[in-house]
Ligand binder design. Structure first.
Ligand SMILES: NC(=O)c1ccc[n+]([C@@H]2O[C@H](COP(=O)([O-])OP(=O)(O)OC[C@H]3O[C@@H](n4cnc5c(N)ncnc54)[C@H](O)[C@@H]3O)[C@@H](O)[C@H]2O)c1
Length: 333
């Protein structure tokens, strides 16, 4: 069987994509692309056997590429996804899938036109062994009925907004670029349907900088079951990068700290169970590896296109609420 050819656009986090492909014997990286010459030169030294191009369009059009793996800046994702699907290529795209609802709808219709094609996105927290353990606890009803979740995407890397490309492109969203991970995690953990959101944002941390969009967004999400979640994208926090997640159920409480805690009693003398299962504990390129395995029929796809559209739909509702200043119903794409 010929190997599945993978082309990777963008050699920042895209380098991790290379590692994911290299672990698969039935796939190979056939092309790499970066519009930065110094990145291409470095890659040439590291991967002398792989063809490296400057333009994403050349990579997508190359017949040696069956799967396009997109790790370019957020503002390029939509065009690259669209072109790849039009040319009959499977797509693995870094989050966010795209920046606007009309783009997501277009991607949806292109996938419907060619149902053989598959799309997934690097919503990686699902692969964390600690969160997989937590999902199992929830499924076994160890926490009882869930009524509240607090999740925060604590970025702790403000300079990426004030100095890097995130502050230079026309639009960067901390919801689509950060909170998306927490929202996806909550939807996957609970399998609950979000129905309405209210959200506010501010840009106090990036005042007087090149960044002109909210750097902090706080949202309240109402679910069909009555569950209520608060999710924030907090890019300016003076804290190391962390995914804060507190889950409150009628029978227990889970707190994700360095070592997570599971409380089964409110008695102050009853110690919580300490959970030091690795977090994030995810191998580089792991979800791309899973995506490729699923294309080869070896395993189920961890993040399906339905999952991607569901998560993006909630993010877009939050974006709309921040802009319009009132509660917004989640409209599923
Ligand atoms: N899933 C995750 O946890 C995760 C983590 C980090 C970054 N990301 C995503 O990955 C993407 C890249 O972020 P990064 O942190 O790697 O940035 P980065 O600046 O470290 O690297 C991006 C690279 O892509 C190149 N590039 C950008 N647009 C290009 C284009 N259109 N054509 C060719 N080359 C292009 C740049 O020159 C750069 O070398 C973003 O969408 C980001 O949201 C996801």
């Amino acid at each position: 069987m010929p190997k599945l050819g993978v082309g990777i656009i963008g050699l920042g986090v895209g380098e991790q994509h290379i590692e994911g492909v290299l672990r698969k014997n039935d796939c190979e990286v056939t092309l790499l692309c970066d519009f930065d010459l110094s990145k291409r030169n470095l890659a040439k030294q590291k991967y002398p056997e792989i063809k490296i191009v400057e333009s994403a369009e050349d990579l997508i059009q190359d017949p040696a590429v069956d799967v396009v793996s997109i790790a370019s800046y957020d503002n390029f994702h939509f065009d690259q996804v669209e072109m790849s699907l039009r040319l009959g290529k499977h797509v693995f795209v870094e989050k966010p899938l795209c920046l606007h609802v009309h783009e997501a709808l277009k991607i949806r219709s292109l996938l419907e036109e060619n149902p053989v094609l598959r799309l997934s996105s690097n919503l990686i927290l699902r692969r964390s062994p600690r969160f997989q353990y937590l999902k199992d606890l929830i499924l076994k009803n160890e926490l009882g009925r869930l009524y509240h979740i607090e999740g925060s995407y604590l970025y702790g890397r403000l300079s990426k907004l004030t100095e890097g490309w995130r502050g230079k492109i026309d639009y960067y969203s901390v919801v689509l670029g950060g909170a998306v991970h927490i929202i996806d995690l909550i939807l996957w953990l609970t399998n609950e349907k979000a129905v309405e959101v209210t959200a506010y944002g501010n840009r106090i941390c990036t005042d007087n900088s090149q960044f002109h969009h909210p750097d902090f967004v706080s949202s309240l999400i109402k679910f069909e079951s009555g569950l209520i979640a608060t999710v924030s994208a907090n890019f300016g926090c003076v804290l190391p990068h962390h995914h804060a997640l507190n889950i409150y159920g009628t029978k227990g409480t889970f707190l994700n700290e360095k070592t997570a805690k599971l409380f089964k009693s409110a008695d102050p003398s009853a110690p919580p169970q300490l959970i030091d299962i690795p977090y994030p504990g995810v191998r580089k390129g792991e979800l791309l590896e899973n995506f490729l395995s699923s294309l080869m029929g070896e395993t189920a796809m961890e993040v399906t296109q339905e999952d991607v559209f569901r998560t993006m739909s909630v993010c877009f509702a939050i974006e709309k609420s921040v802009k319009e200043g009132h509660p917004v119903r989640v409209e599923y794409i």
